[in-house]
Design a protein around this ligand. Structure first.
Ligand SMILES: *Cc1c(COP(=O)(O)O)cnc(C)c1O
Length: 310
């Protein structure tokens, strides 16, 4: 017996989509878990099981001062009884970001490293040195993207199938591309997926997605499209245009999008629909992956408030 709640899907009657004859829906995966919203929980699920299997009592991972991933690892550690260590990009500042304050409140030990040092985060020698200094730990890569993360994200496809939902394409925001990769392994060549990059100059995504699916299931997929032009100036950058879009989206649908990922996802998906990428009569499911904790950082850095309660 599985206790997985059924997926919550909302209709998004957007004029752009209606003109193109496309049914656009929003999967509220942000509501999936109260403290670990959206994709970060899916990406951690099998990593935590593996950490348990290995007998680890500590999780060590990497992120920036506003990272949704660090926030999720800290919360997961508290909920599941792991110590957590966050290796944070950039020197410690006198005021911690809201994200890092929350990480600390969840018991995470913060280890600040220079940007130069942080660049070595994926190098085996560097990680070994960190573990020698900070103690043994199960290491989760930056953003949580590895083969086990893909398995957790693939379950979203299985949940939609189990609920009998019919659709032609999934759309998701991409940072590392791990979530998109997991969806592709779940789809296993059926239907299609669109990834909307949150980073500027994200041409690297295709190679990374292909490497991740290859590593997880030994396959590369061709049933996906990357949309690289909805980054609104770059990763976690302030964009008045994007904030206006997020505000108007809230007025229309009463759903708060985040300014780093899901705002770009919806704006980008509408661009892809407008460009005629989907055939008339198709159904596209955009995935709200959460990330709303990021608003506190946006408020601190830019004075930009979310359009509604988060
Ligand atoms: C991390 C994150 C993403 C991107 O996930 P990747 O697997 O790194 O591509 C998308 N949306 C939200 C809200 C996130 O926090």
């Amino acid at each position: 017996m599985s206790l997985v709640p059924p997926p919550v899907l909302l209709e998004l009657p957007e004029p752009v989509a209606e003109r193109r004859g496309v049914r656009l829906r929003l999967l509220r995966d942000d509501l999936r878990h109260p403290e670990l919203p959206g994709n970060k929980w899916r990406k951690l699920k099998y990593n935590l099981l593996e950490a348990q299997r290995q007998g680890a009592d500590t999780l060590l991972t990497f992120g920036g001062a506003y990272s949704n991933h660090l926030a999720a690892v800290a919360a997961a550690g508290r909920l599941q009884g792991f110590r957590t260590i966050g290796v944070v990009r950039g020197e410690a500042t006198t005021t911690l970001s809201p994200t890092l304050q929350q990480c600390r409140a969840n018991g995470m030990q913060l280890h600040f490293v220079s940007r130069e040092e942080y660049r070595q985060r994926a190098e085996a020698d560097y990680v070994a040195a960190l573990l020698a200094e900070l103690g043994p730990a199960y290491v989760v890569p930056e953003g949580g993207s590895n083969a086990l993360a893909l398995r957790g994200c693939a379950e979203l496809v299985q949940e939609l199938d189990a609920a009998g939902e019919a659709y032609d394409a999934l759309a998701v925001a991409c940072g590392t591309g791990g979530t998109l990769s997991g969806l592709l392994t779940g789809l296993d060549g059926r239907r299609a997926a669109v990834g909307v990059a949150a980073l500027k100059g994200a041409e690297f995504l295709r190679a990374d997605v292909d490497a991740l699916t290859e590593q997880a299931v030994g396959k590369r997929y061709t049933n996906y499209h990357l949309h690289l032009n909805a980054h609104f100036g770059g990763y976690a950058k302030y964009s008045a245009e994007l904030l206006v879009f997020i505000g108007a989206f809230y007025q229309r649908h009463h759903v708060v999008l985040d300014p780093v990922y899901t705002g770009k996802l919806l704006a980008g998906t509408l661009q892809v629909i407008e460009a005629g990428y989907f055939a008339r009569g198709s159904t596209v499911v955009a995935i709200h992956t959460g990330g709303l904790q990021g608003w506190a950082g946006f408020q601190q850095r830019f004075g930009a408030a979310p359009p509604g309660p988060v």
